[in-house]
Write a protein that binds this ligand. Structure first.
Ligand SMILES: [Fe+2]
Length: 269
């Protein structure tokens, strides 16, 4: 493992976090439903301890919203990234490109895993992408609410769906417990600034304004929050925000790159 990618929270599962369930196979990962109540008595805070200014209710609905298939993958994924070459931004690579790489046995082992994972997801009717991430677009530093992927956020969809992801190389994604999060639009100073920008009252139109700009999908960690790492090699299926979801979405972010970090190699669907 690259030294810069080690994270002490790579230990899965997280003791006492009842929204996360680990599974033992891809089949179990794909077939387990979100929302099954697993209240160990340690994973949830009473609702009245959750700071919210309006009833977004995301923190009050119990149930699993993150499924993880922990894996220890053999193979040199760094070699894959190196062989795919320099670039910028987010670059998607398909099987044809992978198969054309000249690799050592360790690199070939990594490639076989990537091809198998892509096939597993395609066989489920999904459209996975294998991305090498040199850098993500960033919001301006003075944005009222940061809405880039380095901010904790919920993915969203108009109908039932889930996000699948695995980091093979580079810094893994981070997660944030719903009970340790607060919507950025519910922070009074932020909401006041957004209202000034909107130029109207705090009404249905304002809430639509928040939705249009995706402001309402972004979350701030509460003081003392302890984000966790999605780790390397583990395949995750996480709940997103869609109408009718039984559980709050799993909050996550792309890690901020540190100087010298290698590009990330990420499977996402
Ligand atoms: Fe996301």
């Amino acid at each position: 493992m690259h030294p810069s990618t080690f994270h002490p929270a790579d230990l899965i599962p997280l003791p006492g976090y009842a929204r996360l369930r680990t599974v033992g196979s891809f089949e179990e990962l794909a077939s387990t439903s979100f929302g099954a109540a697993v209240n160990s008595g340690t994973g949830f805070q009473p609702v009245d301890q959750v700071h919210r200014l309006e009833a977004d209710a995301t923190s009050s609905r119990p149930g699993i919203n993150a499924l993880c298939w922990p894996r220890s993958l053999a193979g040199d994924f760094g070699e894959i990234v190196t062989q795919l070459g320099a670039g910028e931004g987010v670059e998607a690579h398909d099987e044809t490109r992978l198969e054309a790489l000249a690799l050592s046995p360790a690199g070939a082992a990594a490639r076989a895993i990537l091809l198998a994972d892509l096939q597993l997801l395609r066989d489920r009717g999904l459209a996975p992408e294998l991305n090498v991430i040199h850098a993500y677009p960033r919001d301006a530093a003075d944005a009222l609410v940061t809405t880039d992927v380095h901010s904790f956020h919920a993915d969203s969809a108009p109908a039932e769906a889930a996000t699948w992801l695995c980091t093979y190389h580079g810094r893994p994604s981070d997660g944030l417990r719903n009970e340790e999060a607060r919507r950025r639009v519910d922070v009074p100073a932020t909401r006041a600034a957004l209202l000034r920008d909107y130029g109207g009252p705090d009404d249905a139109g304002f809430r639509e304004f928040l939705r249009e700009h995706h402001y309402d999908l972004h979350y701030a960690p509460e003081p003392g929050a302890q984000p966790f790492s999605f780790g390397l090699g583990h395949l995750w299926r996480i709940a997103l925000d869609w109408p009718g979801s039984a559980v709050p979405p799993c909050l996550h972010r792309a890690p901020l790159p540190l100087p010298g970090d290698p590009p990330r190699l990420l499977l996402i669907s």
